[in-house]
Ligand binder design. Structure first.
Ligand code: ZN
Length: 362
C-alpha cells in the first residue's frame, strides 16, 4: 500500500509534468472509482476545461488544485496578448485545439475530434484564483495551505491510491493496462491515467466554493503532518499519555499523525528500540522523543529514495523506488537482524503484521 513517502513522490512527479495544461476530456472505465460526484458526467464535466495549478498532499490523499486556464493570465501579466473564445479558453501560440467531448464508458482513446455535441458543460463563468488557497481544517494548520488570499475557493481533483492505485503520465497511444480505471486527457497529447488493480482507489471532484474536507470526508479525521510544527513532541506525548493500546496501533492511527503506515511504523519502532506491542502508557519521555525523531527520519529517507519497493508502487513515470533494499525489519520476518543477527519476528496487531527484532527492541 502506498504510504506517505510514495504519495509524496507521486505528488512531486505530478508537479513536474502535469501543471497548467488544459484537461480536454476524460474517460471513466470503472464507475465506482469516482467517489464524487455520483454522476460520471458531472465528474468529467467539472474537470474539463480546467488545468492543474498545483498538486498537494495531505496524509495519503493527493489534492490537485484546479485553475481555469483563463485565470492564469491574470497573474502572469500577459493577458493582453491573449484572446478567449466563447468557452473561456485561451487561444495562445500553437496550443492545440481544445476538444470538448466528455466521454463516459466507451474506451475510444482518440481525442482531438469534436465528436460530442453534449460537450458544452463548462463550469465557467467562475474565475478561480490560481493562487494557492487551501482551506485548512480547523484542527490542522499544517494542511497544505497557507492562508486564504481570495474569497473564492478553487475546485480540486482528489485522489487516494489505496492499495494498488497508480497515476501514470503517458501519451494516449500508450497501450492501455488491463486495470485502467480513469483516463484524463490533456492538451498537448498527454494523458493522466489512473490504474488500480484492486479497485479500492478513489477520485473526487470538489467543486469551487466547497472545502475538500466537505466532500472528501476522510480528510476531516487526519491528524497533523509528520513534518509539521504541529506534530511536536509535546503533542505526540499528549496523544500517547495514559493510553492502554500498543504503540504500533497508535502510529497507524491517522488521527494522531497523518500518513504513517505499516512499513514506516515498523521501521521507526526498530530504530527506537521499542517493541510494537508496547503499551503507549509504558513509554518514557526519552523513548517518545526518539520515536518522534525516527518517524521523521524513516519518512525522510524514503522520500529521498523516491518511495519503496514493498508494494506495486510506481512513480508517475513508471519507476520503482528503492527504499526496500535498506529496510531494517519490515517484511523481513525469518531473516537475520541487520544489527544483531537475531531472527526478525512477526506478530499481528490491529489486523496488521508487525515486524521486530526481539533483541534490539524491548
Ligand atoms: Zn537486532
Amino acid at each position: 500500500m502506498p504510504e506517505l513517502p510514495e504519495v509524496e513522490t507521486v505528488k512531486r512527479g505530478l508537479n513536474q509534468v502535469t501543471l497548467h495544461q488544459t484537461i480536454t476530456g476524460g474517460d471513466v472505465l470503472l464507475d465506482r472509482t469516482i467517489a464524487h460526484p455520483s454522476s460520471m458526467q458531472d465528474f468529467l464535466a467539472g474537470l474539463q476545461g480546467t488545468a492543474i495549478a498545483q498538486w498537494h498532499r495531505r496524509g495519503k490523499y493527493l489534492l490537485a488544485e484546479l485553475e481555469k486556464p483563463a485565470a492564469r493570465g491574470q497573474n502572469s501579466g500577459d493577458e493582453g496578448v491573449r484572446s478567449r473564445n466563447l468557452e473561456g479558453k485561451e487561444d495562445k501560440e500553437d496550443r492545440e485545439e481544445v476538444q470538448n467531448s466528455v466521454r463516459l464508458t466507451h474506451r475510444k482513446p482518440k481525442f482531438g475530434s469534436a465528436d460530442s455535441p453534449e460537450a458544452k458543460i463548462q463550469n465557467s463563468p467562475t474565475l478561480q484564483s490560481p493562487i494557492i488557497n487551501h482551506p485548512s481544517p480547523p484542527s490542522s494548520p499544517s494542511s497544505p495551505c497557507p492562508s486564504p488570499r481570495s474569497p473564492l475557493t478553487p475546485a480540486y481533483l482528489g485522489v487516494h491510491l489505496r492499495m494498488t492505485g497508480q497515476l501514470l503520465w503517458v501519451t494516449p497511444d500508450t497501450p492501455l493496462p488491463k486495470h485502467t480505471r480513469v483516463r484524463l486527457f490533456f492538451e498537448g497529447d498527454r494523458e493522466l491515467r489512473f490504474v488500480d488493480q484492486r479497485t479500492f482507489g478513489q477520485m473526487w471532484w470538489v467543486p469551487p466554493e466547497v472545502t475538500p474536507e466537505t466532500i472528501i470526508t476522510g480528510l476531516q479525521r487526519l491528524g497533523p503532518e509528520p513534518f509539521s510544527d504541529e506534530f511536536s513532541i509535546a503533542y505526540f506525548t499528549q496523544c500517547l499519555k495514559n493510553r492502554q493500546r500498543p504503540i504500533k496501533n497508535a502510529l497507524l492511527d491517522q488521527a494522531i499523525v497523518a500518513g504513517v503506515g505499516n512499513i514506516y511504523a515498523d521501521e521507526a519502532l526498530f530504530l527506537s528500540g521499542i517493541r510494537p506491542q508496547t503499551l503507549c502508557t509504558r513509554l518514557n519521555r526519552k523513548q517518545i522523543q526518539q520515536l518522534h525523531a525516527n518517524i521523521r527520519l524513516v519518512l525522510a529517507a524514503s522520500i529521498e529514495a523516491k518511495g519503496t519497493t514493498f508494494s506495486s508502487f510506481r512513480s508517475v513515470d513508471g519507476v520503482n523506488g528503492n527504499y526496500g533494499g535498506i529496510a531494517w525489519v519490515y517484511a523481513r520476518d525469518g531473516e537475520p537482524c541487520r544489527t544483531c543477527g537475531m531472527v526478525i519476528e512477526r506478530l499481528k496487531l490491529a489486523g496488521r503484521s508487525a515486524h521486530f527484532c526481539p533483541k534490539c527492541q524491548r
